[in-house]
Design a binder for this molecule. Structure first.
Ligand code: NAD
Length: 327
């Protein structure tokens, strides 16, 4: 298949592009590079610098007739920013996705894989969170993604669109070639590793009085290469199935303190900690129930161990202390 990958210069998209190419697919990446890195795009993929909400550009790309499916990673990802500037998220993550979907339908392209998120669930009512859990986002980031999911359901029922909405928990880890290099970086593992490298003086731990065994928040970390595998399985399944909604996580939670301790062991470096008050809107525990994709598609995470996830990120970080900036 020839797949248009929006956001394919970003962290998760670039890993999926590598796997698609290894799997024999042809890939064109569409990315503004506002947050992504040109160097992260696999050299065998074609690259178009542009916006996934640019209707004229999309009509040119789709008009060429080679796109079989779209994988849509392009989005802003920072939940905290989404509360300060919700409009940015409703425009970039929702409205531009609507334009993309309309252009696809007009061109008769019927397969869509969507990067959704655990943030669509909001405050957990039970753990692990399965796909039947109510979706009541507590931040604009999650709401913007949920609006896309709801649109996909309409387009599936009324326009025959086949889609997979993959709700990721915390993506982490790296491959040999690719790393995690967000600006600003807000994800725990790269921040902890930068602290181990003394690029940051300390790591801030937000909230030490949660109802968890060590008082810090618990999250579910999933290796980015395991996420990538799930995308390929979902794409293949869209040949015969029309609407898929899957959680992607390991089903095992680790506290912030456990992540920091594991990073100390993996790196052999001290990681100084500064304790801060809780941040509003951070649930105590977010752990995925991913039984559905395991049962229905046979997906199985190959790298579930926290130490392995951190080790892979550490190897890349040591080789690229300035991130892609030193590539
Ligand atoms: N990283 C995680 O833990 C996580 C968790 C849940 C969901 N997600 C979702 O996964 C997707 C990828 O996340 P990531 O961590 O790789 O983020 P990222 O910021 O590394 O990648 C996003 C890419 O999209 C591009 N982009 C943004 N808006 C665009 C637009 N309008 N047109 C074209 N390109 C645009 C950026 O330049 C960037 O390269 C996002 O949709 C995100 O919401 C990520």
């Amino acid at each position: 298949m020839h797949i248009l990958v929006t956001g394919g210069a970003g962290f998760i998209g670039s890993h999926v592009v590598d796997l698609l190419i290894r799997g024999g697919h042809r890939v064109t990446v569409l990315d503004t590079l506002e947050k992504g890195h040109r160097i992260a795009v696999n050299p065998e993929a074609a690259f178009v610098r542009g916006d996934c909400g640019d209707a004229a550009l999309l009509s040119r790309i789709f008009g060429e007739g080679w796109v079989d499916a779209v994988m849509h990673f392009a989005a802003y990802i920072e939940a905290g920013e989404s509360m300060a500037f919700p409009e940015r998220f409703f425009v970039n993550n929702t409205a531009r996705t609507m334009i993309l979907l309309e252009a696809m339908l007009r061109a008769g392209i019927g397969k869509f894989v969507f990067s959704s998120t655990a943030a669509t669930y909001g405050e957990p009512q039970y753990i692990p969170i399965d796909e039947a859990h109510p979706q009541r986002p507590t931040n604009a980031y999650g709401q913007a993604k949920l609006m896309v999911e709801q649109t996909l359901d309409w387009l599936n029922r009324h326009r025959g669109l086949s889609y997979a909405a993959l709700r990721y928990f915390n993506a982490a880890g790296c491959s040999d070639r690719l790393g995690e290099d967000h600006h600003p970086e807000t994800h725990l593992i790269p921040l902890v590793l930068d602290t181990a490298l003394e690029k940051r003086p300390h790591i801030k731990v937000f909230g030490t009085d949660y109802p968890t065994p060590d008082g810090t928040c618990i999250r579910d970390y999933i290796h980015v290469e395991d996420l990538a595998t799930a995308h390929l399985l979902a794409l293949e399944t869209l040949e015969s199935r029309r609407s898929l909604r899957y959680n992607l996580g390991n089903g095992q939670g680790y506290s912030v303190r456990q992540v920091i301790e594991a990073a100390r062991l993996v790196t052999g470096h001290p990681v100084p900690v500064v304790e801060e008050p809780r941040r509003p809107g951070d649930p105590a525990i977010l752990v995925a129930g991913s039984e559905r994709i395991r049962r229905e598609l046979g997906w199985e995470p190959k790298r579930p161990a926290l130490e392995d996830i951190i080790e892979s990120a550490w190897l890349w970080r040591q080789a690229h202390p300035m991130g892609y900036g030193d590539a």
